[in-house]
Ligand binder design. Structure first.
Ligand SMILES: Nc1nc2c(c(=O)[nH]1)N[C@H]1C(S)=C(S)[C@@H](COP(=O)(O)O)O[C@H]1N2
Ligand SMILES: [Mo]
Length: 196
């Protein structure tokens, strides 16, 4: 993979921590991953059920809209496409909203994404990582433990919901948490799509 710095970004070697609200305190009994919206199979997966889904490993670059970029983090996780298969979306769906905790609110954070670019191995719900400086380890709670989304690098990292709680499948694009506040719907770092 080529490490190309998008316009207006600088490289960081350490992995910064960036979010609004409190770090989610994982409780396996309470935790659930909900697939909903325009789907045949609306379902809430337990932590055990989620962790039994097929896994992939992928090395990706992360680009935060606050201008830091981190190259070459390797993640282990469940590909988005596995959740897509499980949910069985109806034909006309083209977008998703990926939800996560914001303070006590289970669906308080969200980010909208088109489905088509999310079907590859660079689109994972992750729980483990390593890089040049760090051996394999669980995600720190501050990075989204027990589970967080990492989007392909053609999206700014705010689309990478931490402490994920579900996916809503949609036929029309809808603004998520930051998009409501004026950030880009499409958010491609290489086109510097920061705001809308
Ligand atoms: N639930 C939740 N997920 C979130 C955020 C947040 O505030 N809440 N911030 C986003 C932003 S702006 C970025 S850059 C990344 C940062 O991830 P990191 O702290 O693991 O680097 O998480 C994203 N996911
Ligand atoms: Mo960000």
């Amino acid at each position: 993979m080529e490490n190309k710095l998008p316009p207006g970004q600088f490289e960081t070697v350490k992995w910064p921590i960036l979010h609004v609200g409190d770090t989610y305190d994982f409780n396996v009994e309470e935790w659930g991953f909900r697939l909903f919206g325009q789907v045949e199979n609306e379902i809430t997966l337990s932590y055990k059920e989620f962790m039994e889904l097929p896994k992939s490993i992928s090395t990706v670059n992360m680009h935060c809209v606050t201008t830091w970029s981190k190259f070459g983090t390797t993640f282990e996780g469940v590909p988005f496409r596995e959740l897509f298969k499980l949910a069985q979306p109806t034909q006309e769906i083209k977008y998703v909203q990926i939800y996560g905790y914001y303070d006590g609110d289970r669906f308080g954070y969200s980010a909208n994404l088109p489905i088509e670019p999310l079907m590859g191995d660079d689109s994972l719900f992750v729980y483990r990582w390593k890089d040049e400086l760090n051996d394999w380890q669980d995600l720190d709670p501050k990075h989204g433990y027990p589970l967080r989304f990492i989007p392909p690098e053609t999206f700014y990292l705010w689309k990478g919901t931490k402490w994920v709680s579900g996916i809503r499948f949609m036929s029309e694009d809808e603004a998520g948490f930051w998009e409501e506040m004026g950030y880009s719907m499409t958010a491609n770092p290489f086109k510097e799509e920061r705001y809308r």
